[in-house]
Write a protein that binds this ligand. Structure first.
Ligand code: PRP
Ligand code: MN
Ligand code: MG
Length: 181
């Protein structure tokens, strides 16, 4: 098998750091949404790990829903053109919706998603992102829960991919330049 170790420059966030942060966020969410319904919405595929672990950390009822969108590379993101491949099952009218994302990079995905979901008249709409790259932001994103602000490096793992690989790493790591150069 290929040796993934040689393709990783350094581990940025360990499994323990990630799970510890998700535990903290879960406690905040439990307090903030006490007595209210909660629907977690994740966009495939990057958000799957955060969704699975955050949902299991929450000691309350939640519903999970997923969306699949087609973005033809980052250029499509920048043009703002995103096509829904699989829409949510849930009707968002009057629901408390929390978007769960792996990373806010330029912010364009979430800007589009926020707008799209807001038009469906939820009772509330908030964002939870495990990672954010302050130096890469192109638009301002109001995110209620952010796990870690990270440098503008190419990171993979815990759902994040490079050419569809590395999503299954348990940690979040910086990819070695020889992999993509
Ligand atoms: C990645 C990531 C976020 C988005 C962030 O998704 O999972 O959804 O990019 O980038 P942005 O803030 O610049 O929009 P991607 O489009 O690569 O699809 P994936 O989740 O299937 O990897
Ligand atoms: Mn994504
Ligand atoms: Mg990706």
């Amino acid at each position: 098998p290929e040796d993934i170790e040689t393709e990783i420059d350094k581990v940025l966030l360990t499994e323990e750091q990630i799970s510890g942060k998700l535990r903290e966020i879960a406690r905040q969410i439990e307090a903030d949404y006490e007595g209210r319904d909660l629907l977690l919405v994740a966009v495939l595929k990057g958000a799957v790990m955060v969704m699975a672990d955050l949902a299991r950390e929450l000691q309350r009822h939640v519903e999970l829903d997923f969306m699949a969108v087609s973005s033809y590379g980052k250029s499509t993101h920048s043009s703002g053109v995103v096509r829904i491949v699989k829409d949510l099952d849930a009707d968002l009218t009057g629901r408390n919706v929390l978007i769960v994302e792996d990373i806010i990079d330029s912010g364009l995905t979430l800007q589009w998603l926020r707008q799209n979901l807001q038009s469906r008249n939820p009772a509330s709409l908030e964002v939870c992102a495990l990672l954010r790259k302050p130096e890469a932001l192109k638009v301002e994103i109001d995110a209620k829960y952010v796990g870690f602000d990270i440098p503008n490096d190419f990171v993979v793992g815990y759902g994040l991919d490079y050419a569809e690989r590395y999503r299954n790493l348990r940690s979040i790591a910086v990819l070695a330049p020889h992999v993509y150069s």
